[in-house]
Write a protein that binds this ligand. Structure first.
Ligand code: AMP
Length: 125
């Protein structure tokens, strides 16, 4: 069952409720995507479920289709935003995972073609 957005205490809940604006990238019945207010790359947007799920650690089997849909949207939206040369995705989870907004979100970010590649984070000390 979808938790009403009025019970969502986060800033993303306010965006979903239309109480604060966002620069929308995509919306359907299940998800909203919008530009990050503090981008770390030339293009940086977030994909969130409309269902209130605080963190990736809170999903269960009933969220499988929703999570698949969100991840499946990434390449099409990234391409639409000009990220044809590649992009990075991130889901920060919990305090030690660096999560600041406790409404599950996928970060998608990257430079436009011709920009410097993002430095790899994986495998570096
Ligand atoms: P995280 O650390 O993974 O929880 O990331 C939260 C992200 O939300 C950060 O990149 C913020 O810049 C972004 N953010 C916070 N408030 C807003 C807002 N009102 N509109 C768009 N992005 C936001």
């Amino acid at each position: 069952m979808t938790t009403p957005v009025t019970e969502n205490p986060t800033i993303f809940g306010k965006i979903l409720a239309g109480q604060i604006p966002c620069k929308k990238v995509y919306e359907d019945a299940d998800v909203l995507a919008f530009h990050d207010i503090n981008p770390v790359a030339e293009v940086h947007f977030l994909i969130i479920p409309k269902k209130y799920i605080p963190t990736l650690a809170d999903i269960d089997a009933s969220d499988t289709a929703l999570m698949g849909k969100m991840l499946s949207l990434v390449p099409a939206l990234a391409k639409e935003q000009g990220l044809t040369g590649g992009f990075r995705t991130a889901i920060n989870t919990g305090r030690l995972g660096g999560q600041e907004v406790y409404h599950l979100h996928i970060h998608v970010f990257g430079n436009r073609p011709g920009g410097e590649p993002l430095r790899s984070l994986v495998g570096k000390a």
